[in-house]
Design a protein around this ligand. Structure first.
Ligand code: 13P
Length: 339
């Protein structure tokens, strides 16, 4: 129990945050395809090598979330990628869900799979050195959805996985994500997010999950991408905190936001605004667990080419640092121009 609490605290300490590099192979391939990067295991390996060998990443990153393929991969010289992460002082974690699948009798909604055999997989990942485990549930907002059936099934699965993770000594990074896709307003996202988080914490308590030994990874409260009314940065910060203060127990050490398709700059600006306004008052750390909002600029620069490696690493380092600055309330979009 003490170890879980210490790890959870370490994941949000010193204004650092998590780097999500746990894209499944199909998702990673999709992101490569946009830039004409070959979609092979070797190219995915070299991309992950680029990320974990970025000098100084540990100044801003406390933990890195890996995918099953990545946790087994090595650098070109044979050093396991997980060893490079640990040697840099970054805590390695692993995505353990098996993906969100269409939910029976719930048109347009998804349920995350992966509970069968999870105890054994967690044990294996723990032996490999992972210290935390992530599971993502997705909730779609639309006409008549989300349904209570979808919210409850996903909340239950999240709690079952979280209990198994803690049993194995791994900190669960519990991720309910209300998707940005759609025309819904920010108010609707807030209502849905609050309902989802209440259901998740209800189930976590029923499954006897120790809140001090977990991290909540969730969405900011945002208007849908196709909503005609977009909101100000402080409006998003206020709506997000209103929702979280109502639904997330104070015993949770940290909330790490996902970026969910926001631009890198907006994700940092909104996190920054939340920390300026609420850091001294919120019971939990307001942190980040971004994939796209840290990686995207680096991937665009890299394009799968060796000669772009160093510029891509510089962009990755920079984005990670911008988010650490946002945790301090010291981010400014002008920083996006790398000197
Ligand atoms: P994004 O920051 O790209 O949303 O990814 C975070 C993540 O891990 C999604 O599960």
């Amino acid at each position: 129990m003490q170890e879980l609490t210490d790890t959870a605290k370490a994941l949000v300490a010193n204004d650092k945050g998590l780097l999500a590099l746990d894209e499944s192979n199909p998702t990673c391939n999709k992101r490569f395809a946009r830039f004409g990067i070959p979609q092979t295991e070797e190219v995915r390996r070299s991309y992950r090598e680029l990320i974990v060998t970025t000098a100084g990443l540990n100044e801003s990153i406390s933990g890195a979330i890996l995918y099953d393929e990545t946790i087994r991969q090595q650098k070109k010289d044979g050093t396991p990628l997980i060893k490079i992460i640990v040697d840099a002082g970054i805590i390695p974690g692993i995505k353990v869900d098996a993906g969100a699948k269409a939910m029976a009798f719930h048109s347009g909604e998804k349920i995350t799979e992966g509970l069968d055999g999870l105890r054994e997989r967690l044990l294996e990942y723990s032996r490999m050195g992972a210290r935390f485990a992530k599971w993502r549930a997705v909730i779609t907002v639309g006409d008549g959805i989300p349904s209570r059936g979808c919210i409850d099934a996903n909340a239950h699965a999240l709690a079952r996985y979280a209990a198994l993770s803690q049993e194995a000594g791994l900190v669960p990074v519990v991720e309910p994500e209300v998707l940005m896709d759609g025309e819904h307003t920010m108010a609707r996202c807030g209502e849905v997010s609050e309902e989802v988080l209440r259901a998740v914490f209800d189930q976590l308590s029923r499954q006897r999950v120790m809140l001090e030994g977990m991290i909540l990874k969730t969405n900011m409260v945002l208007p849908g991408l196709r909503c005609p009314e977009q909101e100000t940065i402080t409006g998003v910060a206020d709506a997000t905190l209103r929702c979280l203060l109502r639904s997330v127990p104070a015993a949770v050490p940290g909330i790490a936001f996902l970026s969910g398709g926001q631009s890198a700059e907006l994700a940092s600006s909104r996190l920054n605004a939340m920390n300026i306004q609420y850091k001294s008052r919120a019971p939990w750390a307001l942190s980040f667990s971004f994939a796209r909002a840290i990686q995207q600029p680096a991937l665009e620069i890299w394009q799968g080419r060796e000669e772009n490696l160093s510029a891509a690493q510089q962009a990755l380092y920079h984005r990670a640092k911008c988010n650490r600055d946002a945790r301090r309330g010291e981010y400014n979009p002008d920083m996006e121009r790398i000197s």
